[in-house]
Design a protein around this ligand. Sequence first.
Ligand code: G6P
Length: 500
Amino acid sequence: TVTSAEANVKSSLIVVSNRLPFVLKQDDQGGMIRQASAGGLVTAVAPVVIKGKGLWVGWPGLHLPSDFSDTQIPESDPTDQTPTAGLKSDQVVTVNCDPDLFEMYYNGCCNGTHWPLFHSMPGRAIFSADHWRAYVAVNKLFAEKTIEALERCYKNSTNKGIPIVWVHDYHLMLCANYIREMAEEKDLKFHLAFFLHIPFPPWDIFRLFPWSDEILQGMLACDMVGFHIRDYCLNFVDCCQRNLGCRVDRKNLLVEHGGRSVRVRPLPIGIPFDRFVELAKGAKKIIKTKQKVILGVDRLDYTKGLVNRLKAFELFLERHPEYIGLVNFLQISVPSRTDVTEYQQLKEEMDQLVGRINGRFSTAIWSPIRYIFGCVGQSELAAYYRDAAVAMVTPLRDGMNLVAKEFVACQINEPPGVLIVSPFAGAGETMHEALLCNPYELGAAADVIYRALTMPEDERSLRMSRLRRREMDTDVNHWMRSFMKAMGSGVEEDDIGSTQ
Ligand code: G6P
């Protein structure tokens, strides 16, 4: 049986993303080492890049000297078991950029403007012409590097198919347009796709951005534009019609632009389900208390609804004092974008809130919240997922949210726990058997916590088995295959393997 989406790939895949699938680090001897990342995107996409002799264009996580050449990228460590291990150094194109320019692009425009705006939080967005100029410049740089990658791909590859260039996420929304322009001059043939990993906002929010037309034009340079869910597709189609006056077909999700018909497709991402099951089977027990654990796992980000979540838990304890001493909230907050003021302020707010709630309810032998601010290894994480009674995944807004999916994959014990999910996450749209919780409604959220903790075992089992079945069937390899299928002419359907 074929085990992943990589089988028989005829077309080379060139992935373009802000971050490479590994970071480069300086070791003690002044040499360079690769440190792989283990995210779902990498797990699904890297094998297809490797198999099809494709390339990956991206930022290596540090600023390299200006005379750095990609031939200096080290091969992976022989002990590396991650999916990127097989990615040879000549399959990687680094984007190396002036640190000040990168700062204005990444922290300024991407994280300071696009991130809050696309999560429908315009009040947090800063609109700066300087940041936008940096965004334009860095997108051009990524496009130049992609052209280099395409030329290299034509030279090296024995594949007969036309290469597919796949641009990822809100960092690179202009890139496809520049790639198309630059490639036309050189007469290079390729298919071009974009996938947005965050929500696409409604028109009324999107149009607040002063350069919103340019963003749409950038994305419409592709043959296919993918989003997690249909609502984001419809928002995008709506913006194309209302901002640019494009002819659109909402039923078939098509946008006409520049004499081409652009396909818009919902492609909900999944997780490497089997890998999480294996991790959960092998992980040592960490939670050893008799108290029930309610788990939250997030990057420390204001979109994740962390403050609302802890306040809902506080209200739950106030309404149900019989649970004092019997339940623990374990919140793991992974440091993220720590150079951005909004993130620094959230860190302060969370520290104070945890202290206040713990001060209010703690006894000599128990405190309600355990708060971990730091990174947690995959196996440790799987142990938490497996042994928690409840997971609360309650973002204010989230493209998909993979924590919800990882939790259900790791729920291998009977009777299982309960998933609470926000309707404002892509996961809330698709994981129908989870308990829904509006994070803005604190009273209702406190009631959902109570309902989860008191749910009968048979109901828990039924809900969890259905949730797990869906995530198993629509795992990250399924996402990869759906993408290839949506690319249509680029790949024949039987090129792609099956996970079954
Ligand atoms: C989100 C984005 C990703 C991004 C990740 C981590 O999931 O969709 O593109 O890589 O956050 O953020 P960072 O800024 O550290 O790359």
